[in-house]
Design a protein around this ligand. Sequence first.
Ligand code: S3P
Length: 186
Amino acid sequence: MTAREAGGDDRARHLVLVGLMGAGKTSVGRVVASRLGRDCVDTDELAITLAGRRFDEIWADGEAAFRAWERQAIDVATASPVPLVIACGGGAVLDPHNRSVLRAAGIVVWLRADVATLVARVGDGSGRPLLTSSTGDPHATLARLAETRQAAYEAAAHVAVDTDGRSVEDVAVAVLAAARIDPCPP
Ligand code: S3P
């Protein structure tokens, strides 16, 4: 159910993008934000700003340390009185607190993609420690994450958009349609 169906005003709420690494959350988020005349907040970038440290420095303290900053970033972004586009890190939906905060604060759109598509988009996985530090095999890691996280994405999202074979622009249009938000006139 969208906020409009629930009697709310989608335009006044955040538009949240979730999905696995390589789903296109940040690139689609920027296009959607520009169509809506909003800012796009990437939770990885906000976590870095809040921590005052580089991403690799935070991650060096362990995944749990990163997740704590990610949770804070989600709390800060969703508390914005100005409606934003919020592009979440791929694992943000694993935390039940994040799921409930995101769903309450906006329309949550799950960008879905086949594992082969995700692998093609993430390349060698550089900058993404979960892809470089485990098996060294991005395909195997993304296939495992797709399976183990499926339920969390389903629980987090109000609506899903398939991105395979589609351009960033095309997905952005589909996201706006799925979230039932009309773009701002040019
Ligand atoms: C992660 C995804 C990354 C980043 C971190 C962990 C994950 O964000 O938050 O490396 O657990 O899937 P992107 O999905 O933007 O790559």
